[in-house]
Design a protein around this ligand. Structure first.
Ligand code: F6R
Length: 240
């Protein structure tokens, strides 16, 4: 595991954009996994700028998103599809038919088969929840889990209420790639910023590997780069 330590959120975004931009240039027809949430917004802004400067192109890639709320009407402004449209997909030359989100249909795990048939994920971007979740794999999720519908943890509902008019409006369920699905990606890039993530980062990177801390599974992945700002790295207690 490579741990990139940056001073602040902006440097995390630049570090991530360099890494992801290079991966896109190297394999423009690759399969790229995207995350939503506040953390990757800066990265997406920089990727859009690089596209506008002609440095990278999205027209050959396949995209996979980690998760989506269940129960929001299509096009709802807080849906993750709308988030991606606003922050990245709507601003670059991505082909609409190349965009894929997990779906809460009769068998959500068909998404795993779809990913396999597409050649597997070349690079998966992750954020991390303050409770250690990755995607919406909440504490207690099996390390063998596939794409499925899950109930959101109360702490996640509280954390995500900032995006909605009221906590009551936050969906209680989501469909998420499983831990196994995520671990099958050839490369994983985890971003974390802010003191609110420091505990989760320390537990994921330095604590025991346990399903109570979903992100701790990443210790077993052969190709992970973690990009942290000073505050998010503040509880690592080492100089690595
Ligand atoms: C989003 C996702 C979540 C977020 C996590 C952190 O697609 O899968 O795991 O990465 O909740 O969210 P932010 O970045 O808003 O702190």
């Amino acid at each position: 595991m490579i741990i990139g330590r940056c001073g602040d959120y902006e440097s995390v975004s630049i570090f991530a954009a360099d890494l992801v931009g290079r991966a896109i240039s190297k394999k423009p027809h690759g399969v790229f996994g995207f995350a939503t949430g506040s953390t990757p917004e800066g990265l997406y802004k920089l990727l859009v700028a690089r596209y506008q400067h002609g440095e990278i192109s999205f027209d050959q890639m396949t995209t996979i998103n980690l998760d989506e709320y269940v129960g929001l009407p299509p096009g709802h402004e807080q849906s993750y599809a709308a988030f991606m449209q606003q922050h990245l997909f709507g601003q670059v030359n991505i082909r609409p038919e190349s965009i894929h989100f997990p779906e809460a249909g009769p068998d959500p795990s068909e998404f795993d088969e779809f990913i396999r048939n597409a050649g597997g994920i070349d690079l998966q971007i992750l954020g991390i929840g303050a409770n250690g979740h990755i995607g919406f794999n909440e504490p207690g999720s099996s390390f063998h889990s596939r794409t499925r519908v899950v109930s959101l943890a109360e702490s996640t509902i509280r954390d995500n209420a900032r995006f909605f008019d009221s906590p009551d409006d936050v969906p209680r369920e989501a469909v998420t790639m499983g831990i196994r699905t995520i671990m099958n990606a050839r490369k994983i890039v985890l971003l974390a910023s802010g003191a609110g993530k420091a505990d989760a980062v320390a537990r994921c990177l330095r604590g025991p590997q346990t399903e109570e801390v979903p992100g701790s599974c990443l210790q077993a992945h052969p190709n992970v780069t973690v990009i942290l700002d000073h505050a998010a790295a503040s509880k690592l207690n080492d100089k690595n």
